[in-house]
Design a protein. Structure first.
Length: 345
């Protein structure tokens, strides 16, 4: 599976900015991504085994440190609550880390509560229209909610808690875990990604969330990477099952889930997403209207993906699409139409 090594950056347009402002997704940020890029020194962050994590701790000139920390605390309060500065006297910026890997090259901000030593994270990234599109679809159509803020070329994103999918397999997958339930969740996650065209969901781009129930542990797979929202040209790049990094999860499905159950779980996920679409239909239409002129990919990739979807779903109307936003909209409403037709029988 070939993912674009360096995804093209798409700025947030005025129409998308207007949509974000209407739904309280914007903030006049006191600190931007470019401000954080002015660090004066850095050091590699190693894991407990001494391996490079591809994150670096960064330092700033002492004359800028107070302003940067104060601005980051303002952003954290706005992201988590109402931005009231009086409620932050016990909060400090514990660390600022920079990631050298991936498209968005994020800064990870650690906030610590001095009263109880509890900490939290959020991220400062370069704003990209396709990533913002992916985050908004995640909020509207998935079983998970994720908050974010945008100001011009800077994106603020909350931390998604969970165990990275590759780490879970290496260090958590023991006799206490239930591979049958993990397999079921992977089938549902695979379906969610395809239906909203979220690509590149390799095991290190999603997390496993464990929830103890009264009789056993329940699992949910959550994406933490939205850079490849409707960008690539091939249908299979939107199906996590086709990445070699996910082969162990695919093996769980093959070992524990029979074909009829796979179809059942896929149908369940389509139905759940359709119900969310019905509730969020007006807001979805505003989102797609804001993206109506945004291609969010190259013409060649848009054309190839529309052709592959038309062939796979036997729906020639995909061939009329000229932007990635139109393709996503067509696929979502194709799913909704199937749901509504079956529910009326």
């Amino acid at each position: 599976m070939n993912i674009s090594k360096k995804k093209r950056h798409f700025p947030v347009s005025s129409s998308l900015s207007a949509y974000l402002k209407k739904y309280d997704r914007t903030m006049r940020l006191p600190i931007t991504y470019q401000d954080l890029m002015r660090y004066s020194d850095h050091f590699p962050i190693l894991d407990r085994e001494g391996k490079d994590t591809l994150w670096e701790g960064v330092f700033y000139d002492y004359r800028e440190m107070e302003e940067i920390h104060s601005g980051l605390l303002d952003i954290y309060q706005r992201l988590r609550s109402d931005g009231n500065k009086e409620a932050r006297s016990h909060l400090i910026v514990d660390s600022i880390d920079y990631c050298t890997f991936g498209n968005s090259n994020p800064f990870r901000i650690k906030i610590r509560n001095l009263h109880n030593d509890i900490h939290d994270y959020f991220y400062v990234k370069k704003a990209d229209a396709s990533r913002v599109f992916g985050l908004e679809l995640e909020y509207l159509l998935s079983p998970n909610r994720i908050d974010f803020l945008v100001d011009s070329d800077t994106l603020i994103e909350e931390h998604v808690s969970g165990i990275p999918g590759d780490v879970f397999l290496d260090k958590w997958m023991d006799e206490n875990q239930n591979p049958k339930r993990i397999a079921k969740e992977f089938v549902k996650f695979n379906e969610r990604c395809f239906l909203r065209l979220l690509g590149d969901q390799r095991s290190y781009n999603f997390v496993i969330v464990l929830t103890p129930d009264f009789d056993e542990i329940k699992y949910r797979i959550r994406s933490i990477d939205f850079d490849q929202q409707s960008y690539e040209p091939r249908v299979n790049l939107y199906k996590p099952q086709f990445f070699k990094e996910n082969s162990k999860y695919v093996q769980f499905v093959m070992d524990y889930i029979d074909p009829s159950s796979i179809k059942q779980y896929q149908h369940e996920e389509r139905s759940l997403m359709s119900k969310r679409m019905i509730v969020a239909r007006d807001r979805m239409e505003e989102l797609f209207a804001a993206l109506s002129k945004e291609k969010l990919s190259t013409d060649e990739k848009i054309q190839q993906l529309s052709q592959e979807l038309a062939r796979e779903l036997k729906e020639p109307k995909f061939l009329q699409c000229t932007t990635m936003g139109e393709i996503v909209r067509k696929l979502l409403y194709f799913t909704l139409r199937q749901y509504e037709d079956s529910s009326q029988k």
